[in-house]
Design a protein around this ligand. Structure first.
Ligand code: MN
Length: 310
């Protein structure tokens, strides 16, 4: 199922299954009890079904809403945390000219307030710094996960979504450079784990203004999804709805005012956002010129045709 979080002008916030150009609302599974206040419908549904997407109950098709009538939200608008992987593809390690990868770095956090949904806008805050796109596959946690082994990982994953880890280059801490408001586009929906199946045959492409910059097979992750979940859950307890992003392949590059970014992942979907620099000011911190910076010339990609979304 493709699950979309949305706001409808009359019916309010909800979650539904995407079918063609409509979204069919989901109902809370029977016996799940009341929704705690302040929790998004998506997070409530994940908790209520125990992280098992096959337990979700669909409302009747007569309740279907035209997608054109809703505002699309990030699939999980309110995760307790967003965990992300640094340097998790060897070709990205090469282009950044760094000596370490994820097994020497661990993971980092992005602020949940940096989320923005499909069709939204990445807002560049500074006039004098470089900002890059990083297309990534992210997974969403289905049930509380602590010290999960790689063998057991699949049962803790609720589904997958496209994610852009927008990044300011420089020497500031990653949590600063990657947590500006709007720096984590996700969506356009969450695809449940049963529909995605194995991750190893997925392909990710990322385009900026129609030019392919990134083109990678998820099988090339240094730490694949099970190993990443094992590691992250050994560090911190993951809650239903938490987002873990798997890292970006080679082909990161600068984004500027007016750009359009698109990430496509097989069986997951295509996430598109715009970029603007309205109101940008001079950067108050002095990290420019420090830290790893990829070359100005884009890393050549394999230049295959765009991945089909099936
Ligand atoms: Mn990244």
């Amino acid at each position: 199922m493709r699950l979309m979080s949305y706001v409808h002008p009359e019916r309010g916030e909800g979650v539904g299954v995407v079918r063609d150009e409509t979204v069919v609302p989901l109902e809370t599974p029977t016996g799940a009890g009341p929704v705690p206040p302040g929790r998004s419908p998506m997070r409530s549904l994940i908790v209520a079904c125990g992280g098992d997407p096959t337990r979700l109950a669909l409302a009747g098709d007569d309740r279907a809403i035209a997608i054109g009538d809703v505002t699309v939200l990030p699939p999980v608008p309110d995760p307790s945390k967003i965990v992300a992987a640094p340097v998790n593809y060897f070709d990205h390690k090469s282009e950044m000219n760094v000596s370490t990868h994820i097994d020497g770095l661990g993971v980092f956090l992005k602020a949940p307030s940096s989320l923005v949904g499909a069709g939204g806008t990445v807002r560049l805050p500074y006039t004098d710094r470089r900002f890059d796109q990083e297309g990534e596959l992210a997974f969403v946690i289905g049930r509380t996960a602590r010290n999960v082994t790689a063998d057991d990982a699949s049962g803790y994953i609720f589904g997958y979504t496209c994610l852009l880890d927008i990044t300011m280059r420089g020497g500031e801490d990653r949590s600063t450079r990657k947590s500006f408001d709007t720096f984590t586009p996700t969506g356009p929906w969450l695809v449940t784990r049963d529909e995605v199946g194995t991750v190893d045959d997925l392909r990710l492409t990322c385009e900026v203004n129609g030019t392919t910059r990134q083109d990678a097979d998820l099988a090339d992750l240094i730490w694949g999804v099970p190993a990443l979940l094992e590691y992250v859950s050994s560090v911190m307890t993951l809650q239903p709805g938490d987002i873990v992003s798997t890292g970006t392949p080679a082909g990161v590059g600068e984004i500027r005012d007016g750009d359009r970014i698109g990430v496509t992942i097989t069986r997951v979907g295509t996430l598109e956002v715009g970029v603007d620099a309205v109101g940008a000011v001079a950067c108050p911190t002095k990290g420019a010129g420090r830290g790893p910076v990829p070359p100005a010339e884009l890393t050549p990609t394999r230049n295959r045709p765009a991945a089909p979304v099936t």
